[in-house]
Each structure stands twice: as C-alpha cells, then as structure tokens.
Design a binder for this molecule. Sequence first.
Ligand SMILES: [Mn+2]
Length: 330
Amino acid sequence: MKEMLNFLKSARGKKALILIHSLADLDAVGSAVALQSFLKNSSIIASDLPTAKARKLLKFIKSEVRIGGKLSADMMVILDTNSYDMLGELAKDVKNFKGEKVVIDHHSLHPDSIKANHLLVDNRYLSTSEIIYELLKELKCKISETEAVCLLCGIIDDSAGFRNANRKTFRNIAQLLGKTGLGYDDIMRLTETNADISKRIALLTACKRAEVVRVGNYLIAKSTVGSFEAKAAEALTNLGADFSFVGCNEKKDARISARVRSDACDELGINIATQVMEKVGKTLKGSGGGHACAAGADGPDVDAFEDAMDECVKITKEIVERKTHAKARS
Ligand SMILES: [Mn+2]
C-alpha cells in the first residue's frame, strides 16, 4: 500500500492509460473511473465492450471506455486482474508496452501474472474498488458524487450480497453513501440489469424440465437446456436443490454443468469435480473438473449424453447415501 501511494503521488501528472479486463464488470469500470479522478491525464481502455451492468453505469455517469487501439502513454495501470489471459486482444500490446506498468487487483496472484513495476495485489479485499477508495483517501483526493457512485457499484457488485464483507467494507460503504445524494436502494438498482431474454428463457426451461430425486434431506436435480447450462445449474441450487446437473447437448459437443449448495458441500465433505464430473467427462469421451461445489464435464460423444446425465445423479445419490449412513452410525 505504502509503496503504491508513493508511486501514485509521483505519477500524478503523467500521461496514463487505465486498462481494465475483458468483459469489464462494475468493479473494473467503477475503480477505473474513480482512479481517473486522481490520474487526471489518463484514459480508460479495454479490449472489448464492458458487461451490460457496467455499460448501464457508464451511461448513468455519462462516461465511456475506449475499446482497443494503440497503447501509447508514459504508464499503464491495470485494474481488477493480474493475468494476461483477462486482457483479451490487448494482452500482447501490454507485454510489449515500454512505459511503467502498474497492477492493482484483489484476485489471487496468477502463476503467469503480469510483469509490473508496481504491484498491489491483495486478495483480502473483496473488490478493486475498495482498494482504490482506500488509496484515494490516503492520497487526500477529493471524491466527487460520480466517483462515489462508481466505487459503491464496484464494491456492492463484487461483494456477492456482502457474504464475505468485513467491518471495513461496511464503513467504506457508509462513507461513500455520505458523498452522494443517492440512497442505497438507488445504487442497488444501478447494479441490477434484467438478464438477456435468451438467458431468462434458458433458466425457466431448466426449471420446467427439472427432475428431482430426494435422498434423505438432500435434493438432487437434473435438467437440460439449449444454452446457459452453468447459470441454469446455479439457478436450480438457488431455488433449493442441493445438487444440480444441467446438460446441454449440441451437435458435436455435450456439456454438463454441476453445482452444489455450499452447505451441502461442507456437511457431506463432497467434491463434485473429482468424485463425479471427472468420471462423467470420461463417459462423454472428454474431460471433467472444476471446484468442490462448482464443476463441469464435456466431450464429443453426444450419444452418451443421456447416460452421462443419469450417471451424475446415480453417483451423487450413492455418495450422499454412503455419507448420510456413515453419519447416522457415528
Ligand atoms: Mn473485482
């Protein structure tokens, strides 16, 4: 933090580019706009169009982000990512950029992280916006209403419903709300967009087609959609399934997305990636993997799709039965 503060003080007048990641979200755009208030001689650039939510914020504050183009400046500040993979088409130009490179981010350090002259990567923060806010406070930079709104949107959107928020997050939010005439409900509305209609159709289709198996107090759901299988699996767990498997069978490729409610994951000590989806991936003559509570499998054997879907439920059912019996005995 200290090193970054000293650097930013020395860099204030420099010609700077503020670079945000591909498919920039509210945190990326919000932190970039706020930082721009300190780095006056700067422009914000991304490799592609920000997300719909972020575009809504940009429209509200009547600002925009430059898409692509030449990277010419004395320095570059990369926000909300420390990985080249997230920079889209600009990754190569960033590698070759001759000026000073700065990275400010709240994600864990990527094994192939961006080589920067100044790096502030701290995954204890829930958002880059919060890091930027604390830097601006230390720099005694006056935060306008627009910047406060941007930082609020970034912090709120990245906090996943404040599930992992700490005392400092709430303090920062209260301070920022004090700088705008908008209420918390107005800010919340700014951070919400109605999902794309094809996505909403996919989620509702997943609900309509869902088949549910009950094992003791656990519910296993399976369903199929034409697209958005990961979002659909997430939706089914949000609705009450402990385990959800949503498949999408296309001409040359079958995919299945799996989600486990995190409580069920902890209670049963289950890893859906290694215990279920890796096997299912083989059934599809492809591969499977992911995390304990969120995983997927895909492969080219589209004729094995139905079997693979049944296998997801069958293996999960066996694991749940085994674990709950073991629990009952102990
Ligand atoms: Mn972020």
